[in-house]
Design a protein around this ligand. Sequence first.
Ligand SMILES: *Cc1c(COP(=O)(O)O)cnc(C)c1O
Length: 343
Amino acid sequence: MNKYIDLRSDTVTKPTPEMRQMMIEAQVGDDVYGEDPTVNLLQNRVAQMFGKEAALFVPSGVMGNQICIKTHTNPGDEIITDVDAHIFVYENAAPAVLSGVSVKTLNNQNGVITSEQIRDAIRPKAYYLPITRLICLENTHGRSGGTIFPIEEIRNIHNLAKETGIKMHLDGARLWNASVASGISFKEYAKYFDSILVCLSKGLGAPIGSLILGDFEFIERARVYRKMFGGGMRQVGILAAAGIYAIENNIQRLKEDHLKAKLIAENLQDLKTFDINLKNVQTNMVIFKIVKNISQKEVLEKLKDNGILLTPEYHNSIRAVTHLDVTFEDIENTIRIFKKIFN
Ligand SMILES: *Cc1c(COP(=O)(O)O)cnc(C)c1O
């Protein structure tokens, strides 16, 4: 697949020789016994970075989100999130299956739901109504093209959650990107949430792995569900080592990915085939809305024939995601090819 400039997702990155070397040299132990020193190191480091008491290494982002939902809720409860949230759209209705909860979805503007909307959505207390137990936000917001959830609104929602006794979960698969782009620290984002998911396998370039964060008590209960969901792993320090390499080397460089996305958007905004909302190009994604009489499929095929891979998005759009395996030269070529094929 090397002949393609692969802009489908930041999940397509491959571990570098340096990262693989760390994996080879990792000390390991049985992590189900809590005895893998490299996993413990990664968990402690990430917990510290976010100012949380504890962290738990999990195989995937989906499992991390679902363990958090399970740990916060009881069957018959309700959780609130936005209608485009990963938790609602891309996780196979897992909240219903694994936690037995209903999901109340709210319309969003660029991934943002407001404290007023949430206040209206919270169920009053009555024995025949579900109990609103959890609010889930997503930052950056994938389906809106990597937009950043404004910290002011997070604070408003946090105040509402405190007032009403509802817990807050953050799907922060790409929180790294939000923090690097906004200059707001991980700790500042983290302090408004009872639980957080972060992924090592997206822009940070690790082959696998996510972490969930919370207080000691939460993580101890979450460990039970990790085991129940089949996520208890053994000598997994070889994977945690890739995560340590990623957090040591690949966070600040996300700025480059953001610059790459900006370059694509700014250079292609005059093409009449697409509508690009520059305001929404805040991190490492560009959404191209197709506004001419050409199908999504045809656009993607033409690009593929010219060596560029993108993904289809909803609302007749296509999406480009920049990451550490695309060079600035690849970006220049992408721009050149777009201009050659489309007008
Ligand atoms: C990728 C992603 C996840 C989880 O993904 P996995 O593929 O299970 O690791 C969760 N939330 C968001 C917003 C994501 O982009």
